[in-house]
Design a binder for this molecule. Structure first.
Ligand SMILES: O=P(O)(O)O[C@H]1O[C@H](CO)[C@@H](O)[C@H]1O
Ligand SMILES: O=c1cc[nH]c(=O)[nH]1
Length: 313
C-alpha cells in the first residue's frame, strides 16, 4: 500500500508570534506529571522553572564532550563567576544525553542521526515549556561534509533539505506520513552571517544543508561496508545536490528545523565542513585540525550570543 501523505507544511506554525515556548500537544496539560525520561528530569522531581526559567539560548551538537567543552568555553566568554571545572552534567543520571547550563545558555548533546536528536528535542522543548522559558533561540552547532567548499568552511543553513533536495521532513505517525516544512529563520541566518565578519580567517557561507539517514551509502560514500554505486554515480549525485544549492551534508538538520518551526522556536543550523566530498570520502585531516574546525561554529554562535546580550558590538 502506498504511504498516506499528510501535508503540514504551513498550518502548524504560527509565524513566531508567541514568545513563550509552547508545545503542540493537547494531551500534555492534563498529565499530572511529565517525566523527561532520557534527561532523567521530571515535573514532580525537579523545579524546572527554577532550574531553567532563565534559559535564552540552547546549543545542541552530537557529542557530549564537545558540548561540555562548549559550555566551559561559554562560561569564560560570558565572564561568569565560578570555576569551569564545577560545571556539571545535569543529565548525569542517564548516559543518553549530556546537558550543561552556563548562565542563560544550555549546551546539550544529541547523538547521531534523526531518531536520536528527535527524542532529545521532544524532551528539550517540553523542558523549556514546563520551565516557562521565553524568547529562546536554538542552534545546532555541528560538523558536516562539504560540497564544493574548502574544508573548514562554516555553512549557515538557509534550508535543510532531504536526500531528494526537498525542504521537508517526513515523519511516520500512526502509519501515515506527515510532511513538515524545514524552513529556518532567515533573519537569524543573516545575523549569523554578519557575526562571521568578525572571523575573516574562517570562510562562512549560507546554503542548503542536506540531511541524510546514513553517513556512508546515504551520503554517497564509496568507503562503507556496503556500496551499491560507482564513482561516476556518486559524483553525479553530488553535482545534482550542488546545483540544487546544497553546500553541506549532515544527519540531523531536517528534523531539528521542522520541530523548532512547529513550536515557533527561532532556530539556526551552523556546521563546519570537514572535507570536500568532491575530493573524497575518508576524513583524514589531522585530529588537531579537526578540533579547530569544530570550534568554528562555536565561535560564531558565541559571538551572536554575546552580541545579543550586549557584551560585544
Ligand atoms: O558533528 P555532529 O554535530 O555530531 O554531526 C555530524 O556528525 C555525525 C557523523 O559523523 C552526524 O551526526 C552528523 O550530523
Ligand atoms: O561527511 C560528513 C562529515 C561529518 N558529518 C557528516 O554527516 N558527514
Amino acid at each position: 500500500m502506498a504511504p498516506i501523505l499528510l501535508n503540514c507544511m504551513g498550518n502548524e506554525h504560527d509565524d513566531y508570534i508567541k514568545t513563550e515556548v509552547h508545545v503542540k500537544n493537547p494531551h500534555l496539560d492534563s498529565m499530572e506529571e511529565d517525566i523527561l525520561y532520557h534527561f532523567n528530569l521530571g515535573t514532580k522531581t525537579h523545579d524546572l522553572p527554577r532550574m531553567f526559567g532563565d534559559v535564552k539560548f540552547v546549543c545542541v551538537g552530537g557529542s557530549g564532550n564537545r558540548m561540555r567543552a562548549f559550555a566551559q568555553f561559554m562560561h569564560q566568554e560570558l565572564g561568569l563567576l565560578g570555576d569551569v571545572g564545577d560545571i556539571r552534567d545535569i543529565c548525569e543520571g542517564t548516559d543518553r544525553y549530556s546537558m550543561y547550563k552556563v548562565g542563560p545558555l544550555l549546551s546539550i548533546s544529541h547523538g547521531m542521526g534523526v531518531p536520536s536528536i528527535s527524542i532529545m528535542l521532544h524532551e528539550l522543548i517540553k523542558l523549556l515549556y514546563h520551565a516557562h522559558c521565553r524568547d529562546v533561540v536554538l542552534f545546532r552547532i555541528g560538523t558536516s561534509g562539504g560540497i564544493g567548499l574548502s574544508p573548514g568552511t562554516v555553512v549557515i543553513t538557509d534550508h535543510a533539505v532531504d536526500s531528494f533536495f526537498r525542504p521537508q521532513f517526513e515523519q511516520v505517525v500512526l502509519g501515515k506520513v506527515i510532511v513538515r516544512s524545514t524552513e529556518l529563520d532567515e533573519g537569524l541566518a543573516g545575523e549569523l552571517l554578519l557575526c562571521s565578519k568578525a572571523f575573516p580567517e574562517q570562510p562562512t557561507v549560507i546554503g542548503h544543508t542536506m540531511c541524510t539517514h546514513d553517513f556512508y551509502e546515504g551520503q554517497g560514500r564509496l568507503d562503507g561496508a556496503l556500496c551499491s554505486f560507482s564513482t561516476e554515480e556518486k559524483l553525479e549525485y553530488l553535482s545534482k545536490a550542488y546545483d540544487a544549492g546544497v553546500r553541506n551534508i549532515e544527519m540531523e538538520s531536517t528534523v531539528f528545523a521542522a520541530m523548532c518551526r512547529v513550536c515557533d522556536l527561532r532556530a539556526a543550523v551552523v556546521c563546519v565542513t570537514l572535507l570536500d566530498r568532491f575530493q573524497g570520502d575518508q576524513i583524514s585531516t589531522p585530529h588537531d585540525v579537526l578540533v579547530e574546525y569544530q570550534q568554528r561554529p562555536q565561535c560564531l554562535v558565541a559571538r551572536f550570543i554575546k552580541k545579543s546580550l550586549g557584551l560585544v558590538e
